[in-house]
Design a protein around this ligand. Structure first.
Ligand code: F6P
Length: 373
């Protein structure tokens, strides 16, 4: 009898997830005679032993579907809400893995999922992961699936905002997803011709942004588009945040540490409305009417692009091959256009950020794009 493999999707849903499930499933069934069970709603399904059998019929017709047929959640095996409080459910998960006689578990997700999968690998489960996130910020892979679709959606939004910004001679600030890394705002900003691009990796100076907008106005361009990543912060904010973090790290007394952490949480809440505060300030500084568009979850919805379907298919089928060779504890990655297996310990705890000297940044700077620095 062939191997029995469990599969789940975890973290934020991403276009291309179904293409990956289909690719893995079809290759596993037809090339390696494996049996596949799909756990529902991420690691919760494995904890509750809630699964469906995946066969050729259920894997058909899902290539172009957005979301994930398995459902997803951001639940962590070691901190799961059960009976009203957070509990470590790793033992139960391990028990269900053994109960179903699984030979391996495929986990599809972003950085959080890589961490959770690694946790299970350390407990002796055979795990293989696939990198899916619109943020494109998983270490050791040149691309994650979902990114290309989200980039196209954000680019189209910027295209559409151009005509309305120009007609009304306004500044439009468009917020694009990406808390820790600015790949999406940067790529869509360049592809959509944004005049200002703000990403978490380059803290901005509001004065510099306003100067660049006024300079455009002098040149007869009385509208501007600003593409801002949701995690972009000003230099001032960064300074306050870093100082607070240093204090937390240095604090030895439990109660003052808790107080400082509360302060940090308050700052995080403030950070969530950064884009709106920036827009208000730019209106004051430039005298130009300013509007905000927050793209939010639109970027994760709908049909995956052809590039994402292709990448998810390459990764999904390679995953079946790695499992057939019992190569476990790895993530399937794209490196220099080849699909490779990377040990999970090289990935976990790292976020792939945009380097300052990245080609995309250099190109945009040559065009005169302002990064607020
Ligand atoms: O990790 C993907 C992502 O879409 C981020 O870009 C965004 O910050 C976050 O998820 C939003 O999470 P949620 O869907 O839980 O609101």
């Amino acid at each position: 009898m062939g191997k029995i493999i469990g599969i789940l999707t975890s973290g934020g849903d991403t276009p291309g997830s179904n293409a990956a499930i289909r690719a893995f499933g079809k290759a596993a069934l037809s090339c390696y005679d494996m049996n596949i069970i799909g756990f529902r709603d991420g690691f919760r399904g494995l904890m509750e032993n809630n699964f469906i059998r995946l066969d050729n019929k259920s894997l058909s017709g899902i290539l172009t579907l957005g979301g994930t047929i398995l459902g997803t959640s951001r639940e962590k095996p070691f901190r799961m809400m059960v009976d009203g409080h957070e509990q470590d459910m790793t033992d139960r998960i391990e028990k269900n893995y053994r109960l179903n006689k699984l030979d391996a578990l495929v986990c599809i997700g972003g950085n959080g999922t890589q961490k959770n999968a690694y946790h299970l690998a350390q407990r002796g489960l055979n795990v293989v992961t696939l990198p899916k996130t619109i943020d494109n910020d998983v270490a050791k892979t040149d691309m994650t699936f979902g990114f290309d679709t989200a980039m196209s959606i954000a680019t189209e939004a910027i295209d559409r905002l151009h005509s309305t910004a120009s007609s009304h001679q306004r500044i439009i600030v468009v917020e694009i997803m990406g808390h820790k890394a600015g790949w999406l705002a940067l790529s869509a900003g360049i592809a959509g011709g944004a005049d200002v691009i703000l990403i978490p990796e380059i803290p901005y100076d509001t004065g510099k942004i306003s100067e660049s907008i006024l300079e455009r106005k002098k040149q007869g361009k009385s509208f501007s588009i600003i593409a801002i990543a949701e995690g972009a912060i000003s230099r001032d904010f960064k300074e306050i945040y870093s100082k607070l973090q240093q204090k937390i790290d240095a604090s030895t007394d439990e109660s003052s540490r808790e107080k400082l952490k509360t302060e940090r949480n308050e700052l995080d809440v403030l950070k969530a409305s950064n884009t709106i505060r920036l827009a208000n300030r730019l209106q004051e500084l430039t005298g130009l009417e300013t509007r905000v568009t927050i793209l939010g979850h639109l970027q994760r919805g709908g049909t995956p692009s052809s590039a994402d379907r292709l990448l998810a298919t390459r990764m999904g089928t390679a995953c079946a091959k790695f499992i057939s060779k019992e190569e476990y504890g790895v993530m399937v990655a794209l490196q220099k256009n080849s699909i490779v297996a990377v040990p999970l310990e090289k990935i976990v705890g790292k976020t792939r950020k945009v380097p300052d000297d990245h080609q995309w940044i250099k190109s945009a700077r040559r065009l005169g794009t302002c990064f607020g620095d």
